[in-house]
Write a protein that binds this ligand. Structure first.
Ligand code: NI
Length: 257
């Protein structure tokens, strides 16, 4: 059984009172970096209580040990997410209750930049960056009759198209470089995704402006495949681990390595 607990931490000096309704610790009484940590643990729930562990025990480790360490690290100077995540893994994995194993750690530096580590993936860290693009499309198969298109795609086959604000999440995985401590340089990561994907799709009509979709129906599944093909093999020595495309807040398609 797995259990996830999320904590929001402000990386500032300690305070004495917990007052923040967003559950940040210490409370947001001043300007400080805000991070979100998701801790995924595994174990067997206790037959009597039904608890895998008391989530307040996880909070305690994050509030009392992780937050002060991260604050101390950031006081020393700019600190890469890879380093913060490795430190956090070391702290949390040694302080969980008996019988509870740390399986995953997700550290969100911003809502659009998340570092991941998984048990068993020794030395490997993943980075997810989110990007946005707006595009129009028409769901339409040239092999179908107009009636078949209407039946298959409904109003999404409207001849003049319709639009979405897509969210693209790209995940790279690799070992932090011994010298730089980075899995991949973030500015280069962002630039490559912009050059290879965003520039060619953003503010375009996919069927009309993008050669990839001249004959390929621009479903979110096909958009994900096209983006995967554009990005795969471009981030050496890191590897492309996952591409996820959100078409609406209710729908995404995803490919994994
Ligand atoms: Ni659509």
């Amino acid at each position: 059984m797995k259990l996830m607990r999320e904590a929001r931490l402000s990386i500032g000096p300690a305070r004495t009172q917990r007052t923040n309704p967003w559950a940040g610790w210490p409370p947001a009484t001043h300007l400080a970096p805000y991070i979100t940590l998701q801790v995924v643990v595994e174990g067997e729930p206790d037959p009597a209580s039904g608890y895998l562990c008391d989530i307040h025990d996880i909070d305690g480790v994050l509030f009392d040990y992780v937050q002060p360490r991260l604050f101390a690290e950031t006081q020393r100077g700019p600190c890469a997410g890879e380093h913060l995540l490795s430190n956090t893994w070391g702290i949390v994995s040694h302080r969980l209750p008996p019988g509870v194993r740390l399986q995953e750690l997700h550290l969100a530096i911003t809502p659009y930049l998340i570092y991941h580590h998984y048990a068993g993936a020794v030395g490997m860290i993943s980075i997810t960056q989110s990007f946005e693009f707006a595009a129009a499309h028409r769901l339409y198969c040239s092999d179908y009759t107009p009636e078949q298109n209407l039946q298959a795609f409904g109003k999404c086959s409207n001849p003049n198209g319709h639009g979405h604000n897509y969210i693209l999440e790209v995940t790279l995985r690799g070992e932090p470089d011994r010298t730089t401590g980075l899995v991949y340089a973030l500015p280069k990561f962002e630039q490559l995704v912009h050059d290879l994907v965003i520039d060619s799709l953003d503010h375009k009509h996919l069927n009309l402006d993008c050669p990839e979709f001249t004959r390929l129906n621009p479903s979110v599944e096909n958009i994900t495949r096209v983006i995967w093909d554009k990005l795969q093999g471009k981030f050496h020595p890191a590897v492309l681990a996952q591409v996820r495309v959100w078409e609406t807040p209710k729908t995404y398609a995803q490919l994994n390595a």
